[in-house]
Design a protein around this ligand. Sequence first.
Ligand code: NAP
Length: 267
Amino acid sequence: MNFSGDQRLSSAAAGAAKTIEKDAAVKTLILSGASRGIGHATVARFSKEGWRIVTCSREDVPDDCRRDPNWSHHVTADLADPQSLQAFVKEVKAFLDGGPIHALVNNAAVSPKTDYKERLGCLNGDIAGWREVFELNFFAPLALARGFAAPLRKGRGAIVNITSIAGHAIHPFAGSAYSTSKAALSALTREMAVEFAPIGVRVNALAPGEIETAMIGPEYEALIPRIPMQRMGTPAEVAGAVFQLCSSDFSYVTGTEVFVTGGQHLF
Ligand SMILES: NC(=O)c1ccc[n+]([C@@H]2O[C@H](COP(=O)([O-])OP(=O)(O)OC[C@H]3O[C@@H](n4cnc5c(N)ncnc54)[C@H](OP(=O)(O)O)[C@@H]3O)[C@@H](O)[C@H]2O)c1
């Protein structure tokens, strides 16, 4: 189990709860996978909009992010480990002290590659590796949504599941385990939208295409001619779309999947 943030969060919880009580008008975002990439950019966007942010990833966040005054708490947790995930949920609830959650962004995911950048398909690689991918990419979003259902209900919140273009068609570099886990997450989004609607919680998915982060390598440059907009996307562009999905302008939108792909998903 890798959950070194529990002490830090517990000790801060009492004082922070008072702050939450005082700032009841401030909205709260819970985001998984904040230490880099799309998650990092999404934290920056919500923070700029004045939201209170609670995050987790296996690593601590870089120092420069810590300067952000709205980033209330980061917990180191391994969401592929169900025990670590439950500890994260418990500590965040203690931190919120009965307060609402207005958005949950299920962003953390893994896309395993071989050392030779060989695509991991159905005929190569370890089957146990598939289970690890599904634990983080599929079961963690489900468990976090369940775990936070009550505070999300209180906040009439929104859930955004970060899926992928690879969940909809064969991708030259993304492996089969990753792609099928994302396809399952797209399907789960529909199921969740229907089941969470009666408790006032909207659930949507956002499928990025090729976004400039650590998840993609130089080999992805070859994909640019397939993108109608002729460029990769930036993490900030994904973050902007996530923010809009959580805003009141989207109050009648649930169960949908937004493609942030520069048009790549059309082929
Ligand atoms: N980049 C793209 O082009 C692209 C395209 C389609 C979809 N997406 C999706 O967009 C999301 C973000 O992608 P990204 O490119 O920003 O990824 P990234 O740069 O690899 O970042 C992934 C984040 O998830 C965290 N994480 C990984 N394993 C974890 C675990 N077991 N427990 C907790 N946190 C964990 C990482 O932090 P630690 O390593 O510190 O744990 C990191 O903060 C993912 O869902 C991905 O599938 C990305």
